[in-house]
Design a protein around this ligand. Structure first.
Ligand code: EPU
Length: 342
């Protein structure tokens, strides 16, 4: 096991924040991962994946274990479905492209989401009317304390909007080593419903013309995302910094009297979700910049690092935004990104 000290994490977080790991190791196999977990059994560890959903506020004092396990394998094929097991360290978008190429349907709407496969279940990644849970079969995990290997089913993971067991009762309990997806094999069946209902996506597909297909949906999503969301290689960011707040319908109706243009998505009979991007935009923050920390000029839901911003500076902008939205609308917006301060 190779341990590196004072290891730079700038290249390993999509915000591009300069911070260091006191100790860092990158196991390349499940066996090596177990060795590292055993070695640090008496300490709290910090698990790093694609680094796409976190803000490093300080140097990381806990030992960092970077999960880079690679491999994609078809494990089962039924009449209409194909089961694909993907190791945690595979890049999410590369896996989406693999599926598009093989004609496996289910995750095309999730094209271009940054991050790795192993962290995708934690926040049940979602976009354009589709969530990870729709194609999730199971995941393999290691229990950090006992080093026991387990398989968790769809029901075990208790998925919700940007939520799962890994953020709640099982937080810090497991390392996800691989995820198995259940996808529709379009080489064998055409019994599959594309999800094209989401406003922007429908428009983009019309623009592309021709019969919709998983290839077209992926192309359309890539086009929409790249026009609104900054490429982390060019402008540091972690996608949506905030979650869309869920509020009571009665509260929403009161707010509508004063803010008649406020959009909403139905959650259930009694609740609606309000786009945080709209709230932040209306609060006047779109494109605002404080030194190198700021709010993206094309999508107010995204905070950006223009170069040398520190995690603390990004966090200060986040607080300004949260306070302004609260003062104007009385709505609290929570962060979607994990704030790393230990
Ligand atoms: N809006 C504004 N100004 C802005 C941004 C948005 O007025 O600066 C308005 C839009 O006009 C629209 C509404 O807010 O009426 C919703 O905006 P949009 O569809 O762009 O984003 P969203 O629904 O808030 C969610 C996810 C995204 C995902 C998109 C597409 C969350 C927190 N975000 O955004 O996820 O790509 O839907 O499905 O649920 C991510 O998690 O990193 C991410 C980008």
């Amino acid at each position: 096991m190779v341990i590196k000290h004072h290891f730079p994490l700038k290249e390993h977080n999509t915000f591009g924040i300069s911070a260091f790991a006191k100790a860092y190791t990158a196991p390349a196999s499940v066996q090596e991962l177990k060795e590292a977990l055993g070695y640090y059994h008496d300490q709290d560890i910090f698990l790093l994946g694609g680094g796409s959903n976190m803000l490093l506020i300080n140097d990381v004092q806990q030992p960092v274990i970077h999960v880079l396990l690679k491999g994609i394998e078809v494990t089962k094929s039924t009449e209409n479905h194909i089961y694909v097991n993907v190791m945690a360290g595979e890049n999410w978008h590369d896996f989406v492209l693999y599926c598009i190429e093989k004609n496996f349907a289910g995750i095309e709407n999730l094209s271009l989401i940054p991050g790795n496969v192993g962290t995708s279940p934690i926040q049940n990644i979602g976009a354009y009317g589709v969530e990870l849970q729709d194609s999730f079969d199971s995941c393999n995990v290691i229990d950090i304390k006992t080093l026991e290997e387990k398989t968790l089913s769809l029901a075990d993971c208790k998925f919700g909007y940007r939520d799962s067991i890994f953020k709640n009762e099982a937080a810090g309990k497991y390392v996800i080593t691989s995820v198995t997806f259940k996808l529709t094999n379009l080489n064998k069946t055409d019994d599959y419903q594309l999800k094209t209902g989401y406003g922007d996506l429908k428009e983009e597909l019309n623009r592309l013309g021709g019969d919709p297909s998983i290839q077209k949906v992926s192309q359309a999503v890539i086009h929409i995302r790249s026009s609104k969301l900054p490429d982390p290689k060019i402008l540091g960011n972690s996608g949506s910094f905030f979650k869309n707040p869920v509020i009571k319908r009665s509260v929403y109706e009161d707010l509508l009297r004063m803010h008649s243009a406020m959009p909403s998505y139905q959650v259930d009979e009694e609740h609606v979700k309000v786009p945080a991007g709209w709230l932040i935009d209306q609060s006047g923050f779109k494109g605002k910049r404080y030194g190198d920390a700021g709010v993206h000029d094309k999508q107010a839901l995204v905070l950006v690092n223009h170069g040398k911003a520190t995690g603390k500076e990004i966090l200060e902008v986040a607080h300004k935004v949260q306070n302004a939205v609260y003062d104007l609308y009385g709505i609290k917006i929570d962060t979607e990104v994990n704030l790393i301060d230990h």
